[in-house]
Design a protein around this ligand. Structure first.
Ligand code: E4P
Length: 272
């Protein structure tokens, strides 16, 4: 299509916004109403050294763990959860491991008693959702995990879940579009303001997942420490910083030491 013909094919609304018309956004609108609070970052690990290091950035809002991550830590679950709760004041997900409602509920109550910021994690099964309902009715926070469909996310919201955890990376692994699931859940929850469940994007493998989730307005992302660190990186940042510092070094100045670098008299003489 010739450029002029292209312009004629654009709608009146597109012509009113020329930049958008030429560069249509990949995802037009956040699918959850614009959040009044920033996206929350949870770290997805039971490694307390990693948690301490990243908590020091001031960017961590919570932690998620699962039985695999606890096993990897090599420590007793109750001890590691208690230590994590001391490091991070935000929600710390600790997962129940029984599959029947009665035992899962007992485990959930025991985990919740560790600290006020424990969020009990339950699987997306009939017994898990039954447990979710009882625990949330008791005023506890519940994270419903292992969500792989929008229908499951509706059930979790109806069960009063505090968080729903759709696993994007594991869907991508089986050639399904994990991020499409986030879009679907955000769109559905937006239709029902009475659903208070927050979308916690889980199984994130790389920064592109995080950015796509943020564009959709997802409330929370749980990230491995490696992905949080990747978010800082850009080769042009490194290149730009090293050239700024090389030029600065040539001046001989120091911001903290007024005596370093060219003296005022030399500076004004050069200006004349
Ligand atoms: C979330 O709570 C899970 O612990 C986690 O995100 C699973 O991620 P994985 O698919 O990389 O194991």
């Amino acid at each position: 299509m010739r450029p002029r013909a292209m312009i004629h094919s654009l709608s009146r609304a597109q012509l009113a916004k020329p930049a958008d018309a030429l560069h249509p956004p990949l995802i037009a609108e956040p699918l959850i109403a614009k959040q009044s609070r920033p996206m929350k970052f949870f770290i997805d690990t039971a490694d307390t050294k990693d948690i301490r290091e990243l908590a020091a950035t001031g960017l961590l809002d919570g932690v998620t763990t699962n039985p695999t991550l606890i096993a990897k830590s090599g420590r007793k679950m109750l001890d590691v959860i208690a230590e994590i709760c001391d490091i991070v004041p935000g929600p710390v997900s600790a997962e129940a491991v029984s599959t029947d409602h009665t035992t899962m509920l007992a485990e959930g109550r025991k985990l919740a008693a560790i600290a006020p910021n424990v969020t009990v994690k339950v699987p997306l099964t009939p017994d898990g959702l039954k447990t979710c309902k009882v625990l949330t009715d008791e005023g506890r926070q519940v994270n419903v995990t292992l969500c792989f469909s929008a229908g499951q996310a509706i059930l979790a919201a109806k069960a009063g879940a505090t968080f729903i955890s759709p696993f994007v990376g594991r869907l991508d692994d089986i050639s399904q579009d994990g991020m499409q699931l986030i879009a679907d859940i955000c769109q559905i929850y937006k239709q029902y303001p009475a659903f208070k469940t927050e979308v916690l994007v889980a199984s994130i493998r790389h920064p592109v997942h995080l950015i796509a989730a943020a564009k959709l307005g997802a409330h929370v992302a749980t990230l491995p420490g490696s992905v949080i660190r990747q978010l800082y990186q850009h080769p042009l940042t490194d290149k730009g910083l090293s050239s700024f510092l090389a030029d600065w070094a040539k001046t001989g100045q120091s911001i903290l030491d007024d005596t370093a670098g060219p003296n005022k008299a030399a500076g004004s003489a050069a200006a004349e």
